[in-house]
Design a protein around this ligand. Structure first.
Ligand code: SAM
Length: 294
């Protein structure tokens, strides 16, 4: 049965050779050649035949094909012009796929979603992301208010661990907070290098991000909250106080002391020990102090 799928070493080689396609490392082109792994990924998404799927980087269509079989319709963004004619051929048996030739970072995904998905349709992002821009892509899609219920993405293992990390874990940092502010993050699978052509230099994991209905904490100003979180992790080994001195002016010494005290947080702690509630309390306290000073 799997012989018909694009995601086999034999079929992938044939497609690439027929079209004289050479991989562009600069575009993060590592294509999946294992249909069982794709099947497992689809199972993890929870997609059913009502779902709309958005894919970033269809390559020669290995994952796109599986999405076409399991979802209602698929929209896929591909930046590499050379892949368009290949996709036209490999995905010819499916009539529920639309390829958009565009850099995802430039795309107006919200307008696209309005045009291609029905109101109330469950929308999923599913992708084997180009690893060189994983974080910008996910942060763009998370910060835009898109009607996406879940992201199931293959990314570099280390980045997946950073995004899903809990306090006091060595991978916990501002990226963990940024991702977990919008979603519940869970690593659902590790994928061997041998599942790709060519094999990547790094290990890979599948990360499942389920969008929260609302953030788990209330912050007065989101940008300021993320600035404070980033400042607290500026140098991991430094205490909160010392990192915050780098963010505020030296003359704001009293603001730092007052803020930490009012938020009930010991100034000798390090960023990695604070949970999201504590970061929110700290940012909101600083925000009020600064507002009152003006
Ligand atoms: N989905 C295919 C698979 O799993 O076999 C290919 C995945 S490959 C890791 C990443 C794909 O993203 C490539 O097809 C690449 O050309 C495309 N890509 C890279 N940068 C992109 C961007 N900024 N916007 C859209 N697609 C991009």
């Amino acid at each position: 049965m799997t012989a018909k799928w694009i995601a086999t070493p034999k079929r992938t080689k044939e497609i690439l050779e027929t079209h004289g396609f050479s991989f562009k490392k600069s575009l993060g082109q590592n294509f999946i050649i294992d249909a069982n792994i794709l099947y497992n990924i689809i199972q993890k998404t929870g997609i059913d035949n009502r779902a709309g799927a958005i894919e970033i980087g269809p390559g020669i269509g290995a994952l796109t094909e599986q999405l076409a079989v399991h979802a209602n319709n698929v929209i896929a963004y591909e930046i590499d012009q050379r892949l368009l004619s290949i996709l036209k051929e490999t995905l010819a048996p499916y009539n529920n796929i639309q390829i958009i030739h565009q850099d995802i970072l430039e795309a107006n995904v919200s307008e696209m979603a309005k045009a291609h998905f029905k109101p109330g349709q469950p929308i999923h992002v599913v992708a084997n992301l180009p690893y060189y821009i994983t974080t910008p892509i996910l942060m763009k899609l998370l910060r835009e208010d898109l009607p996406v219920m879940r992201f199931t993405v293959m990314i570099q293992k280390e980045v997946a661990e950073r995004m899903a990390a809990a306090p006091n874990n060595k991978r916990y940092g501002s990226l963990s907070i940024a991702v977990q502010y919008y979603t519940q993050a869970e690593i659902v699978m590790n994928v061997p290098k041998s599942a790709f052509m060519p094999p990547p230099n790094v290990d890979s994991s599948v990360l499942k991000l389920t969008r929260r209905e609302r953030p788990p904490v209330q912050v007065i100003d989101e940008d300021f909250f993320f600035d404070i979180v980033q400042a607290c992790f500026a140098q991991r080994r430094k205490t909160l106080r010392n990192n915050l001195i780098g963010y505020f002016k030296p003359s704001d010494n009293h603001t730092i002391s007052d803020g930490l005290k009012q938020a009930g947080i010991d100034e000798k702690r390090r960023g990695e020990s604070l949970n999201m509630e504590e970061f929110a309390a700290l940012a909101n306290t600083f925000y009020r102090i600064i507002e009152n000073d003006m």
